[in-house]
Design a protein around this ligand. Sequence first.
Ligand code: SF4
Length: 262
Amino acid sequence: MKLEEEAPVTLKRRARKINRILGETYPYAVAELDFRNAFELLVATVLSAQTTDVRVNLTTPALFERYPDARALSEADEMELQEIIRPTGFYRAKANSLLSLSRRLVDDYDGEVPPSLQDLVTLPGVGRKTANVVLGNAFGVPGITVDTHFGRLARRFRWTASDDPVKVEMEVGALFDRKDWTMLSHHVVFHGRRICHAKKPACGVCPVAALCPSYGEGETDPVKAAKLLKYELAPGREDLLDLMRAGRTRAELREAGHGLGA
Ligand code: SF4
């Protein structure tokens, strides 16, 4: 597709069409971290650095049983906390972050998670990405979450040319209505994890191939591309896909014995 002179209005239309198709492809897209409140989501997001959401979800039930709120976590024994979160990697640094974070919540916010970007980004270990995850998913405040998947796909879609997450957030945000930002983030991240991988995108089975300037960066043969699909789209996992489309929660799927990894 010719893009050199893509007019802003055409870019916006193409971007919105891509989001629509991704929404139809992943109607079950949600935050992939398990949480029951803003505190749990904040902690889970901090833990998710350098590891998978699946691994975090296996770790957090024991963590939140032991430390159900910011006050309890702020008083945790550091060694014990490290042991609980060890499977998520970088556990010493993460334990340290969680202790500083929960102490700040207790000292400055009465143990509650503040619902604003300005406040969230002042918390230890919390950057814009984490803040937007929490705002969008725990407080219903629209936010674009620029993680590694979102940045890569936004550039492949030519929604932006920037490597700077804040610039990506601004430029992509301008293409969409504010109310769509949170779901857009989920759609794009889902697509990045399942089809448009960093190393070998499965272009041959990609539902937005006709709208993507980077088509051909990955495998274009449909049979070979299908083998690259991950999670519920992976070959042989049709049962899981059907259940997800039927609206089953991750907890229900785990109980039914479905592994939710890649
Ligand atoms: S066509 Fe290829 S590069 Fe473009 S979104 Fe699809 S998988 Fe990614």
